[in-house]
Design a binder for this molecule. Structure first.
Ligand code: DQA
Length: 147
C-alpha cells in the first residue's frame, strides 16, 4: 500500500481560482490537489487532501493525520498568523511537516510576516503560487527518504 501524505488547507482556500487572482493565481484547489496526486504517485505516495474553514476542524485534521500519515503539507492560511491551537497540534506530531503559502507572506502586510506554524515545521515554502505545494512535496519526499 502507498504511504499517505496529508495536505491540510485552511480558510478561504476553497475559493482558489476566483479569490484575489492577482495574489493567489487562477488555479483551483482541486487542480492543485490533482497535480500533487500525480507527482505523489510517481514518488510512491498517496495524497489525502483536507480543506476546512474552521480552526477546530483544522486541529482535528492534524490529529487524525498523526494516526495514518507519514508527513504533512500544511497551508493554515489566515490561521497561520493567529492560531496557537493549530501550532500546538502540529508540535505534537512525530511526522515531518512542511508549511506552504501560495503568496510571499513576507512581501505583504506586516500581520502576515509572522506564522505560528513555522517554528514547528521542518521548513517553509512561500511565494511560488501552486508551485509552493509541489516544492513542498519534493521536500517532504526527500526528508522521508532520509528518516
Ligand atoms: C496564504 C497567506 C495568508 O496570509 C492568507 O491569509 C491566506 C493564504 C497563502 O497561501 O498565501 O489565506 O496562506
Amino acid at each position: 500500500m502507498l504511504k499517505k501524505i496529508t495536505v491540510i488547507n485552511g480558510p478561504n482556500l476553497n475559493l482558489l481560482g476566483s479569490r484575489k487572482p492577482e495574489v493567489y493565481g487562477n488555479t483551483s484547489l482541486d487542480e492543485i490537489v490533482s497535480s500533487l496526486r500525480k507527482r505523489a504517485a510517481e514518488l510512491g505516495y498517496t495524497i489525502a487532501a483536507v480543506q476546512t474553514n474552521a480552526e477546530g476542524a483544522y486541529v482535528n485534521a492534524v490529529q487524525s493525520a498523526a494516526d495514518d500519515s507519514v508527513g504533512l503539507i500544511v497551508n493554515a492560511a489566515a490561521y497561520s498568523h493567529t492560531s496557537v491551537a493549530i501550532r500546538d497540534a502540529l508540535e505534537n506530531l512525530k511526522i515531518p511537516v512542511v508549511e506552504v503559502h501560495l503568496s510571499n507572506i513576507y512581501a505583504r502586510e506586516d500581520f502576515r510576516h509572522h506564522s505560528y506554524i513555522s517554528a514547528v515545521a521542518s521548513g517553509v515554502i512561500a511565494g511560488f503560487g501552486p508551485l509552493s505545494y509541489y516544492l513542498a512535496l519534493e521536500a517532504l519526499a526527500e526528508i522521508l527518504k532520509h528518516s
